[in-house]
Design a binder for this molecule. Structure first.
Ligand code: MG
Length: 199
């Protein structure tokens, strides 16, 4: 059976867009999306340690997380994959405590999926919980395609696990170079053109 790995933030939802709104509203800082050239927001947004810890807390407030906008075209392709009988697995590096709001968000936007896991992708204490996966445990799973925006994760998936990766083009993954398993896609329409049919 075809099995697909799908990341959540900045793949299924436009998380960094919400984060920029929070940054302006709560911190009085205006930043442009194209300025997010590093995956680490503390670096990209030039925040002090104190600002970053408050910001990290704000952006993981369930009342904010539920408001993320779905990425255009994502639901359409997931529905097509679902109808073909492909197994859809959502694997996110969010903090373990964000599991309930993540599931609520997927339900709110009617995303169909078979599996949901928190994975400690970025070596963060917050992503380690009783039911979360380590990268080592993840690497024992098999997928026919992975959809990611993180350059570091795209490298892990393509190099360590040998997977085909649809990399959603974002300013923070443009400086990476990848092997031939990684396919840069401008949006979900592009992913559909390249990967609608898998076998
Ligand atoms: Mg992501």
């Amino acid at each position: 059976m075809v099995s697909i790995y799908i990341d959540m933030d900045d793949v299924l939802c436009e998380s960094n867009q919400t984060f920029l709104n929070i940054l302006e509203r709560d911190f009085g800082k205006k930043a442009d999306y194209e300025e997010i050239t590093a995956f680490d927001l503390k670096t990209s947004l030039d925040l002090s340690d104190d600002e970053y810890s408050r910001f990290f807390e704000s952006i993981h407030d369930p009342d904010e997380m539920i408001r993320h906008k779905p990425a255009a075209g994502a639901k359409h392709l997931l529905d097509l994959w679902h109808d073909k009988g492909y197994r859809i697995n959502v694997l996110t590096g969010r903090p373990a405590v964000a599991q309930p709001v993540s599931l609520e968000w997927l339900k709110k936007h009617d995303f169909k999926f078979h599996g949901f896991s928190i994975v400690d992708k970025y070596n963060r204490k917050s992503s380690r919980g009783d039911s979360s996966l380590t990268l080592e445990a993840l690497s024992r799973q098999n997928f026919d395609l992975a959809v990611e925006d993180s350059g570091a994760m795209a490298r892990f998936l393509s190099e360590e696990m040998g997977l085909q990766v649809a990399l959603v083009d974002r300013p923070w993954n443009r400086s990476f170079s990848f092997n031939a398993n990684v396919h840069r896609c401008r949006d979900w329409l592009d992913i559909k053109e390249k990967f609608e049919n898998l076998s």
